[in-house]
Design a protein around this ligand. Structure first.
Ligand code: CA
Ligand code: CA
Length: 267
């Protein structure tokens, strides 16, 4: 009986402590000025890359003027492996990739997305949302934050520190930590629909940076995401270079859903 009493007391002493430590981070993914880590393509932590293209949906050169046609620079295979070649997504375009190895939520950053940012008085960056899936059909978007409140014109640069969890904000690659999805309380992660220890598929979606326009993109907190707009050229939009895997289960990733299934869920 003595043991029971002690356990009982300990239980009730522990409950408030557990709630206090879990709730603040869980209940709100707030903007505290956090920034991602920047990586080189030769970083020794990279153990695998994107190994296959599930599909792509390229966007217009200017979503408000479809007569200009679609972005057309590069081919989808340019983003596989460690190739430095690029594939341009166009306004709001996307590409869905099968990883070489199953991605898991290990210590710190778990994967890296490389874009072709370049520097003059800041970084010229075209941003992309990043989404992950363990079954190839349900995707969870990493909680993105944008602190820039002014519209960058077609060739305007930005400060990398104004963005969080948006691919393309650095000259090098942007590191992502899957545990942010837990901190943000993403419903598909909480329900188990997306298993952060078995990620096979990754999708990059171009940010439409038209902050006052009808089709502008918003961040996790509902704020407009500012990236250059309009950019009416064949290389419009996020120019994806490569995806590097850091933390993996060691298993080879296999495709669980067809591109038609993915499209029907995305459109
Ligand atoms: Ca992690
Ligand atoms: Ca864009």
């Amino acid at each position: 009986m003595h043991f029971f009493k002690c356990s009982f007391k300990c239980f009730f002493a522990l409950v408030p402590a557990v709630l206090l430590t879990a709730l603040p981070a869980f209940a709100q993914f707030s903007d505290s000025g956090q920034i991602n880590n920047e990586y080189d393509m030769g970083d020794g932590s990279i153990v695998a890359w994107a190994g296959g293209v599930v599909g792509s949906a390229v966007g217009y050169q200017d979503y408000q003027d479809p007569s200009l046609g679609y972005a057309s620079y590069g081919t989808v295979n340019n983003v596989l492996g460690s190739s430095a070649d690029i594939f341009s997504l166009g306004d709001g375009g996307s590409i869905t990739l099968l990883l070489e190895m199953v991605l898991s939520d290990g210590p710190g950053d778990d994967f890296i997305v490389f874009e072709n940012g370049f520097e003059y008085n800041g970084v010229f960056m075209e941003l992309g949302f990043v989404e992950v899936s363990s079954d190839g059909s349900t995707f969870a978007r990493l909680p993105a934050l944008c602190r820039r409140t002014t519209q960058p014109g077609p060739w305007d640069t930005s400060d990398p520190a104004d963005f969080y969890n948006l691919a393309g904000n650095f000259l090098g690659g942007t590191g992502f930590d899957l545990s942010d999805l837990v901190l943000a309380g993403h419903h598909d992660v909480l329900s188990g629909a997306v298993n952060l220890d078995a990620i096979t598929t990754l999708r990059i979606v171009d940010v439409v940076g038209d902050i006052t326009g009808p089709g502008g993109s918003v961040d996790w907190l509902g704020r407009p995401v500012a990236d250059p707009y309009p950019t009416p050229s064949p290389s419009c939009g996020m120019d994806l270079k490569a995806v590097g895997v850091i933390n993996t289960t060691g298993e080879v990733a296999s495709q669980a859903a067809s591109w038609d299934q993915v499209k029907s869920l995305f459109r």
